[in-house]
Ligand binder design. Structure first.
Ligand SMILES: Nc1nc2c(c(=O)[nH]1)N[C@H]1C(S)=C(S)[C@@H](COP(=O)(O)O)O[C@H]1N2
Ligand SMILES: [Mo]
Length: 359
């Protein structure tokens, strides 16, 4: 009997049976998709596990995909390229690209794609995977009851794959530190530092189409509307901008920046207009139609900033007024605010508006 060499034997030990493998590929894609989407709204360290699960499942998927490709490679021949095969092949390439861009980001890579970067590319590729996967399953679906029951062995294999992926995720941190890469000082969200404590000198991100003309302070005012006893409209000169807040803006495109912000404390504004008992949400609306709500209790610790580190806010950063929402991801920090609306229910349309405002 041939004695298996070392790499071959570890592959044989860990490699799940074909059906189990296919189902675990589907499950890991679901886990990665779910944690990936959810991670976009996680801004506080208590949610760090979401990123860990996303990364470990991603590394495990690298191994699972390798097993899968090893199994199907002999079947991929150019003369038999039918639609289902083209779909399978695209799925493999797309998944590999999504995994590679994620790993590259973690290891300190970057890429400039106009207004977007490497992390945006990773998210875009990742969102395409389930679409092509569904098309692939249309042709290749197998009933889960076909999975042969080899419980104990399969469980051990999974412990092995996930355990090794977890080790790799830890090892990555050490490697980044030792090699002092751009991946070394990531926040738990994966974001890297950009221009903290330096006034307006941090990246400007209007992630979709928002690009309003600069706002003239004399033409600007702030409307406070909705479920309040005293709706009001304030000129810039009327504002009490002695509020302060140190807060960190963490954009889902992969950078963060921490600053001392000055401006109008939302708590003071609310005190002045007296919210009704039914008031639950505070929505900040931009001149562009972009808008986002915070629960009213949380809004009381938010700031409508007019300055950053003592400098007047620049146009790109939302002058004359932008929301500073501590612990929330950057996309919720509405720029060019012209209205604060106090509501009972959160407006459903706002999650659409952040994609289409300014179009
Ligand atoms: N009106 C409006 N507000 C916005 C955005 C936008 O496109 N339009 N982009 C958001 C996103 S995705 C981020 S990360 C921050 C970026 O703020 P900055 O450009 O000051 O860095 O603003 C948020 N507020
Ligand atoms: Mo962002």
């Amino acid at each position: 009997m041939r004695r298996p060499d070392w790499p071959a034997s570890i592959i044989e030990i860990l490699e799940p049976g074909p059906r189990v493998l296919d189902w675990s590929l589907a499950v890991s894609v679901l886990v990665i998709l779910g944690t990936g989407l959810y991670s976009l709204i996680v801004g506080r360290p208590a949610g760090a596990w979401v990123f860990d699960v996303h990364a470990i499942a991603g590394i495990a998927l690298v191994a699972l995909l390798a097993f899968k490709l090893r199994r199907v490679a002999p079947r991929v021949t150019p003369d038999r390229l039918t639609l289902p095969r083209v779909l399978s092949l695209s799925l493999a390439l797309l998944t590999a690209a999504a995994l590679a861009t994620g790993l590259w980001w973690v290891l300190g890579g970057s890429l400039s794609l106009g207004p977007w970067g490497l992390l945006n590319l990773h998210i875009g590729l990742g969102l395409l995977v389930p679409v092509v996967l569904l098309a692939h399953l249309r042709y290749r679906f197998h009933d889960p009851r076909d999975v042969p029951n080899r419980g104990r062995r399969t469980a051990l294999q999974y412990a092995g794959v996930v355990g090794l992926a977890g080790l790799a995720w830890r090892g990555q941190r050490v490697a980044n530190q030792l090699l002092d890469t751009a991946g070394a000082d990531r926040r738990f969200t994966g974001s890297r530092a950009e221009g903290s404590n330096d006034g307006n000198a941090f990246p400007v991100t209007s992630w979709m189409a928002d690009d309003p003309d600069p706002i003239d302070i004399d033409d600007w005012d702030l409307a406070v509307t909705g479920r309040v006893a005293d709706p009001t409209t304030l000129d810039f000169q009327d504002l009490d901008t002695t509020g302060q807040q140190r807060a960190l803006l963490d954009c889902t495109s992969g950078w963060y920046s921490e600053h001392d912000w000055q401006g109008l404390a939302v708590a003071d504004l609310l005190d002045a207009v007296e919210p009704a008992d039914s008031a639950q949400w505070v929505q900040c609306r931009s001149v562009t139609g972009y808008r986002w709500s915070l629960p009213i209790e949380e809004a009381k610790s938010a700031l409508l900033a007019t300055r950053v580190d003592g400098e007047a806010l620049s146009h790109g950063h939302g002058a004359p007024m932008r929301l500073v929402a501590p612990g929330r991801r950057g996309f919720q920090w509405v720029k060019w605010v012209v209205e604060v609306r106090v509501t009972k229910r959160r407006e459903v349309g706002e999650s659409v508006a952040i994609f289409v405002s300014g179009l």
